[in-house]
Design a protein around this ligand. Structure first.
Ligand SMILES: [Zn+2]
Length: 308
């Protein structure tokens, strides 16, 4: 198994970051990423590879990591990271949606993860895989089975599946609020407007997605619809380890928090660092406490190790 466990040697102390004008959403995301040591352990491991020499994003991230781990101020350094993310994104603006007016932490994270494909060893730390199977109610069998790779999890605020009563027999969590752990592992939803190639039935289809591969870092976006909703999430998550009795243990390491509307508002972060849980709000650093709040928007878990 080559999954990298949480290594405190690559966790820096909590430090503030300067807000360069509406960059609180990016500061919030960068603070969460700084709480994910496998990124910085990976950068250290690949620093002599020829291809990273001229990679601006690699150089900025590696330099940020070295300074932070040596307790040197990175307050202004965040601007260089953001600039190199934007530079890379700008040069491929034909490929991705680049809307700088949005200023949303989820968008900021997605932009970061999009440009991190120039450092595949880091991107891999976020890649998880689901197996999607579609069940046809006409011929009563699985008609589609495919694998999908994603980087960010998104969960419904009430941790319930979209469900239809006719499928309750194939849905073990029918009409139940699930734990975050169960929700991530298996989701069911209803599929519309899809004609089965076997029975030509265009009636109800049912989709089951099962988590089949899990990486080092799990960013989970807690979807919001209008009013602030509080989605429960635990301090730890456990997943089955294929071919072993042990479980893969994940720990909560960071939360991106948001107040205000979807059009604006303010972002900050609550992060586990070498000196404990910190509330990191742009330049301000104080002691923080993890756990669900009505403001929690994105939570980050990191692989900790195997549990008996
Ligand atoms: Zn069918």
């Amino acid at each position: 198994m080559d999954i990298i466990p949480y290594n405190v040697n690559f966790v820096s102390k909590g430090q503030g970051l300067v807000n360069f004008g509406n960059t609180c959403y990016f500061n919030s995301i960068l603070q969460c990423l700084l709480s994910c040591p496998s990124i910085f352990e990976t950068l250290e491991a690949i620093k002599d590879k020829p291809y990273v020499k001229n990679n601006e994003l690699f150089n900025e991230l590696y330099s940020l990591s070295r300074l932070a781990l040596d307790d040197v101020s990175i307050a202004n350094k965040c601007a260089f990271i953001w600039r190199s993310v934007l530079n890379t994104a700008y040069h491929r603006k034909d490929r991705i949606h680049l809307d700088l007016g949005q200023q949303d932490a989820h968008e900021g994270l997605m932009m970061f993860l999009d440009v991190i494909d120039t450092i595949p060893e880091v991107r891999r730390l976020f890649e998880h895989r689901y197996l999607t199977q579609i069940w046809c109610d006409g011929c009563k069998k699985m008609i589609v089975s495919k694998r999908e790779t994603n980087l960010v999890f998104e969960v419904q605020p009430d941790l319930k599946n979209e469900q239809h009563e006719q499928f309750k027999d194939v849905d073990q969590f029918y009409n139940q609020t699930m734990s975050m752990n169960d929700f991530l592992q298996k989701q069911n939803s209803y599929v519309d407007g899809f004609i089965c190639s076997d029975c030509k039935d265009n009636n109800k289809k049912f989709r089951i997605t099962t988590l089949t591969m899990i990486p080092e870092i799990l960013p989970i976006v807690l979807k919001k619809y209008g009013e602030k909703q509080m989605t429960p999430f635990p301090a730890h998550l456990l997943f089955t380890h294929k071919g072993s009795d042990k479980k893969l243990l994940y720990m909560l390491v960071a939360q991106s928090e948001h107040s205000g509307s979807t059009q604006g508002g303010h972002y900050w972060a609550v992060c586990l660092r070498r000196d404990g849980w910190k509330l990191l709000n742009d330049s301000s650093v104080s002691d923080g406490a993890p756990g669900p709040t009505p403001n929690t928007y994105i939570v980050f878990y990191h692989f900790k190790g195997l549990q008996e």
